[in-house]
Design a protein around this ligand. Structure first.
Ligand SMILES: Nc1ncnc2c1ncn2[C@@H]1O[C@H](COP(=O)(O)OP(=O)(O)OP(=O)(O)O)[C@@H](O)[C@H]1O
Ligand SMILES: [Mg+2]
Length: 233
């Protein structure tokens, strides 16, 4: 299988980037896809999650860009191991639009999680606009999708976002409910797919359409420009 790069991005803090990135990494590890998780966030939440994992759990190769290991070179620290099937990139809150082109240039799939609040929906619209105009992601490429996160039943707030996305032809690939399983998983270094099925079944259902979309080919108009060494490793 060709190596796939998935970038989880939304400058709005707390929208669910790390939750989605680590749960994807855990799922692909379980599938035997040999994932590498790149943590670009100086707050290093994804890094802490990986460090909580037990020796018996499927391995996730961690690349933490804010941590410096003085025993090895920077290039060695950032290298992707041979045989890696999926690269999942977690990005920080407050990401500048000017950093989006570089972060997304090599991405096969870009996931933007959004919470159901007015402020978050406005921020999401701005993020999408920047991805289209600054990062030049094209809608026809099938690379960009939204995840509605922490949705409680009877949430009506998504109307304006749904209309905005419809006009741009950007899909909402799934809706994740507000669930203690994500909080428990964050505490224990566990992904949803590694929990007991009876505990996670309701949440797992909402991951199926997302995982299916991630396996759809993306249609890149032109080959991505070469990444700058060391930053996108
Ligand atoms: N669907 C969910 N149900 C319950 N809790 C959730 C859900 N998604 C995220 N959370 C919780 O919300 C908080 C913020 O989520 P997360 O850290 O994934 O967001 P983030 O976008 O990575 O934040 P930051 O921008 O600070 O990096 C965390 O405590 C996480 O456990
Ligand atoms: Mg985060």
């Amino acid at each position: 299988m060709r190596m796939q790069r998935i970038v989880v991005l939304n400058p709005k803090g707390g929208s669910g980037k790390t939750t989605i990135a680590v749960n994807l990494a855990g799922y692909y590890a379980l599938q035997g896809d040999r994932p590498a998780l790149i943590d670009y966030d100086p707050q290093a939440s994804a890094t802490q999650w990986v460090r909580k994992r037990q020796p018996g759990q499927p391995a996730i190769h961690l690349i933490s860009t804010s941590e410096r290991d003085s025993r090895v070179t920077r290039a060695f620290q950032l290298r992707i191991p041979d045989g890696t099937g999926r690269i999942i990139v977690d990005t920080p809150a407050g990401l500048d639009a000017h950093d989006m082109p570089e972060l997304t240039a090599q991405a096969d799939k870009i996931l933007v999680p959004v919470l159901p609040s007015d402020i978050d929906i406005h921020a999401c619209s701005r993020c999408i606009t920047n991805l289209l105009l600054v990062a030049k992601v094209r809608r026809s490429e099938n690379r960009l999708a939204i995840i509605a996160n922490r949705v409680r039943r009877n949430t009506l707030m998504y109307g304006s976002l749904t209309r905005f996305l419809e006009t741009l032809h950007i899909p909402i690939v799934t809706t994740l409910r507000d669930s203690q399983n994500y909080i428990r998983g964050a505490d224990q270094g566990l992904s949803l797919h590694e929990m007991k099925p009876h505990q996670a079944s309701e949440d797992l259902e909402s991951w199926a359409p997302l995982l299916a979309w991630l396996d759809e080919p993306s249609r890149r108009a032109a080959p991505a420009p070469a990444a700058r060494p060391n930053l996108l490793a």
